[in-house]
Write a protein that binds this ligand. Structure first.
Ligand SMILES: [Zn+2]
Length: 317
């Protein structure tokens, strides 16, 4: 069941500011390296511009003469993901994010919440480079207002700063995870709750206790305290913390190719770091720990520093 009602939600976004500033610095360095590779890479392929689902650009007129194959499944859209296929082991520059195709030639590309209307992908293998463009569909986001949050989670007291920094280090480590044998990124996700009631949509611009904040990079699902939370796809647990300052009980799952999902505000956890999960594995229980107005699950997804909407991976969404 999927519905949209008012109810419990969270405002757990501002804690990521410091974390993301350091990630941006690191990713910019990677981008500069990638640009140097292009300069010295030699042969450039043709640019094939296209969009759509399951379109094989390698077979389209624009890219027929490309020196490297490229196809993808999924819809290129803001805050979404496509699963791409090319030559195994190829180096990829996906609009400034560097990654590498796996042994099957698969890689993930995620699009920012406010990604521009066209994304560029460079694929390089030895001296050969092929470039492709994807049209990225726009999305509309809501403006929401949240009040009644604990003041300490809006303006953290000085004594909480050490804990917030420690939490950020744990999250950074989890988001950097890149398990080479995890294949969940290819799977159609299930919802993490059996009954789905969306209390705050992904990407909404938030006003918290009357103060403007960054967009909400999670989708809030209302549920009673203690409701079981299930893994939506296969992967490995890379973070399992019972009580973080903003996030409360939090679990992160590495689905492979840099695709990480997180589950916030849990009252209790049912998994440990390193544990392998499959679709439907119990990972914890809904709660209201951290910055939350009541019991709900805040579900999030990251790909190499980009915040994505996990519900777009759900087959029935
Ligand atoms: Zn949330």
């Amino acid at each position: 069941m999927v519905g949209r009602t008012a109810g419990s939600l969270c405002g757990c976004s501002s804690s990521d500011d410091a974390l993301e500033a350091s990630e941006r610095t690191r990713l910019n360095l990677n981008t500069n390296l990638a640009r140097r590779t292009l300069v010295f890479g030699g042969l450039f392929g043709l640019t094939g511009l296209s969009s759509g689902c399951d379109r094989a650009l390698a077979q389209s007129p624009e890219s027929r003469h490309s020196p490297l194959p490229f196809s993808f499944s999924g819809t290129p859209q803001q805050s979404g993901v496509v699963i791409c296929t090319t030559v195994p082991g190829a180096q990829i520059d996906a609009s400034g994010i560097t990654t590498q195709a796996d042994s099957d030639g698969r890689f993930v590309m995620g699009f920012d919440r406010d990604a521009p209307s066209q994304a560029l992908i460079s694929i390089s293998m030895g001296p050969t480079i092929a470039r492709f463009g994807l049209d990225v569909a726009p999305r509309a986001y809501q403006v929401t207002s949240v009040s009644g949050l604990p003041k300490a989670t809006i303006d953290p007291p000085a004594e909480a700063l050490a804990r917030i920094e420690a939490d950020a280090a744990l999250k950074r480590q989890a988001f950097d995870s890149n398990n080479p044998i995890a294949r969940g990124f290819e799977e159609a996700f299930r919802w993490p709750l059996d009954d789905v009631r969306i209390t705050s949509p992904w990407g909404a611009t938030r006003m918290l206790n009357g103060k403007s904040q960054r967009p909400h990079f999670g989708i809030d699902l209302g549920a009673a305290r203690g409701t079981p939370i299930y893994a939506p796809a296969s992967g490995f647990v890379v973070l399992a913390e019972p009580d973080m300052h903003f996030e409360g009980g939090m679990v992160a799952i590495d689905h492979g190719q840099g695709l990480i999902t997180t589950y916030l505000h849990q009252s209790a956890l049912a998994v440990e770091v390193g544990q392998r999960v499959t679709p439907g594995t119990l990972i914890g229980y809904v709660g209201s720990k951290g910055r939350a107005t009541g019991p709900h699950l805040c579900w999030r997804m990251r790909w190499r520093g980009r915040n994505l909407d996990p519900s777009l991976r759900v087959q029935s969404a």
